[in-house]
Design a protein around this ligand. Structure first.
Ligand code: EPU
Length: 419
């Protein structure tokens, strides 16, 4: 186990390159199961979750090979096998194996997913979708067993706007008989990315990115080559870090449209945000206005950026309120920020943040984005070294974090954690 050491107080300066989106990658890899020939994915982020997914596909019999940020997946000899535990327990997104295996083989047995469990994260809407397509779903000793003699298209209304359920239903419905419509679908860019891959594999999906998605099932799907969209959460985290350190950073290789909510909030605080075709320049200011932030489904402010945003709001002059309407209690970063001297209290779904300087402390990342919040916080502290334990969570979502920050002038390094 390692810890991340941060000696802050230096404005970040320079350019950071954003890699492919983790939350797309973990859906695109299982989507490849639906093809009967080779799928090549480019621009994959080098993250532990992606590597684990590759190993899961290998366990199922797929041929998997890496070269740089490209993965080739040959699913022609892949078979459906029960996966009650093991690697599936390491990932939240292992639930996509359900939709993909169901679509291709009509059956799946998958252990309930692991990953960042910052609060109970039910999958009832995924199951509702599979059942609507004609599958029988049962919970056997903590594994979900899904079986369908034949998948039939259906009209599915999601009671909760869910990224995972929308994608899982798209996966299974791509190989169902007839037409499926998903109403109240999630609109995240990752959903469009998955639909783009599936269509390149021969699926017929329309409306991804809107609240109604129409999927006409096809009998067979084939391989293709696809390049993953940039990671908007990674990009947003660097935008926040640039602002928090009063730096001047170009975030390169992004789709600025995906960053609109983030950019708008930074501008409201007094940060200069300059949008270019595929990059965004962030120029910090000496003082910031306090603001209100509401984390919502896309195109609202992303809940995944809520935690690092909390750290930035400690740098504003006054009281900010941050409310998460996606998760009711995603605030595991707050007690750690309080250890660093932050004036934050949680009331229901809101964090009330009183601006003020932070101090170095020993803290622990309880989940991926909580970890990102602590890194941003540490970067603002000019004296002492902030020690962040739980780096393995941060590694799940930020590739080359230390190298990227060092290139921007930050004084950060990894050390062996104490026993
Ligand atoms: N929900 C239900 N029932 C369901 C599914 C979801 O009640 O069947 C609720 C959840 O509890 C939550 C809300 O609906 O309150 C939204 O959950 P969603 O299903 O959209 O989340 P997810 O698909 O499990 C993905 C990302 C998360 C991100 C959320 C929201 C992946 C692998 N994960 O999760 O990313 O927070 O969408 O945008 O795509 C992260 O990257 O740190 C992360 C946690």
């Amino acid at each position: 186990m390692e810890k991340l050491m941060v000696r802050g107080g230096r404005p970040l300066r320079g350019t950071v390159q954003i890699s492919g989106a983790k939350n797309s990658a973990v859906a695109l890899l299982p989507a490849a199961i639906l093809a009967e020939s080779e799928v090549v994915l480019d621009n994959l982020p080098q993250l532990s979750d992606v590597a684990v997914y590759g190993e899961i596909l290998e366990q199922l019999g797929a041929g998997v090979s890496w070269s740089g940020d490209t993965m080739r997946i040959d699913p022609s000899r892949l078979q459906s096998a029960p996966m009650p535990d093991g690697k599936v327990k390491l990932l939240r997104a292992s639930y996509y194996l359900m939709g993909a295996l169901l679509g291709r083989f009509g059956e799946a047995v998958i252990g309930l997913p692991g990953g960042c469990n910052f609060e109970p994260r039910p999958i009832d809407q995924h199951i509702k979708g599979f059942e609507a397509l004609g599958a029988e779903v049962s919970n056997e000793h903590g594994s979900i067993r899904i079986f369908a003699r034949e998948l039939r298209g259906a009209k599915i209304y999601l009671d909760v706007v869910s990224v995972g359920a929308t994608i899982n239903i798209m996966l299974a419905a791509s190989r169902a008989k007839g037409v499926t419509t998903i109403e109240n679908a999630a609109k995240e860019p990752e959903i469009i990315d998955v639909a783009t891959l599936l269509n390149a594999m021969g699926a017929r999906i329309k409306g991804a990115g809107t609240e109604t998605i129409r999927i006409e099932g096809v009998e067979a799907m084939h391989g293709c080559r696809h390049s993953i969209i940039p990671d908007r959460i990674q990009a947003g985290t660097y935008m926040i870090a640039a602002a928090a350190t009063r730096g001047d950073v170009v975030i390169d290789g992004v789709i600025p449209k995906h960053m609109e909510a983030m950019s708008a909030k930074l501008v409201e605080m007094g940060v200069q945000v300059i949008e270019m075709d595929e990059s965004i320049r962030i120029v910090g200011a000496p003082t910031y206005e306090p603001i209100d932030v509401r984390a919502l489904v896309y195109p609202g402010f992303a809940t995944d950026l809520q935690s690092p945003m909390t750290s930035l709001l400690t740098q504003a002059s006054g009281v900010s309120i941050l409310t998460d309407y996606v998760y009711s209690n995603r605030f595991k970063h707050v007690p750690e920020l309080v250890r660093m001297g932050a004036g934050i209290r949680v009331e229901g779904r809101s964090a009330i943040i009183e601006g003020g300087p932070l101090n170095a402390a020993k803290v622990r990342a309880a989940d991926l984005r909580a970890g990102a919040a602590l890194v941003v916080a540490g970067l603002t502290v000019p004296e002492g070294v902030t020690e962040i334990a739980g780096v393995e969570y941060i590694d799940r979502g930020y590739d080359n974090l230390v190298e990227n920050l060092r290139r921007l002038g930050a004084d950060v390094w990894r050390e062996q954690a104490d026993a």
